[in-house]
Design a protein around this ligand. Structure first.
Ligand code: MN
Length: 228
């Protein structure tokens, strides 16, 4: 069928060891999924139900040099493991959730914290703080067929060589299968959906020129340098 305007480009991510690319459909993010980060944001981490927000698929970009985001004086990094779904479903049981995973990556849930703080105060939505252009740098996806399903391992980010966030995947309040199962009760998940799994403590402000280097043990790494 003909389109009445130019068709927007598909957002894709490279897959390690494959010629084909992964098409990104949606980006879901779990909020406050590491207790120490929940505490640093002023919340009690005792297993409240998980909550989710989303970024547009177009926010996903590979690492490399990125322009410094507009409209913020408090840009924060949140390093997270990313789950890439290869199979969709509704009301997915926890025990079957990992069957829906195609692979994993490491990503940065970049956040305009000043805009988010204002939104929280006024009870407004988070989109402009979380879903802005290029707000989700993501590494190449590694198929689960090759690495399995990481449930433990170091996740860390350095800024200009200094460790800022460090944690272990085993510190997640809601595990990957639990988060998939929970989310699938509210929306139908489909192939191409990504899930950002939350960030450990140590979020901090980034300046133009800063070099961010995230590492997720057994999954991969991502480097982002903001233009000075
Ligand atoms: Mn996050």
């Amino acid at each position: 069928m003909a389109h009445v305007i130019e068709v927007p480009p598909e957002t894709t991510l490279p897959v390690e060891g494959e010629a084909g690319v992964f098409p990104v459909r949606r980006i879901w993010c779990v909020g406050r999924n590491y207790a120490d980060h929940a505490r640093e944001m002023g919340h009690d981490p005792d297993r409240e139900p998980p909550f989710f927000f989303s970024k547009p698929a177009t926010a996903a970009v590979p690492g490399g040099t990125l322009p410094f985001p507009v409209q913020t004086r408090d840009l924060h990094h949140e390093v997270e493991m990313v789950v890439a779904l290869g199979k969709g479903g509704r009301d997915i049981p926890v025990e079957q959730a990992l069957d829906h995973v195609y692979g994993y990556a490491i990503g940065l849930d970049m956040t305009r914290r000043d805009i988010q703080a204002e939104a929280k105060k006024l009870g407004r939505p988070w989109e402009l703080s979380k879903g802005f252009d290029q707000s989700c740098p993501i590494s190449p996806i590694v198929p689960a067929a090759r690495i399995g399903h990481p449930a433990r391992g170091k996740i860390e980010i350095t800024v200009n060589g200094k460790v800022q966030q460090t944690g272990d995947l085993n510190q997640m309040i809601w595990s990957v299968p639990e988060a998939i199962a929970y989310l699938s009760r509210y929306v139908e998940l489909l192939p191409g959906d990504l899930l950002m799994t939350g960030t450990p403590a140590g979020v901090s402000a980034v300046k133009p020129g800063d070099l961010l280097h995230g590492v997720c043990e057994g999954v991969g790494e991502i480097k982002v340098q903001y233009a000075g």
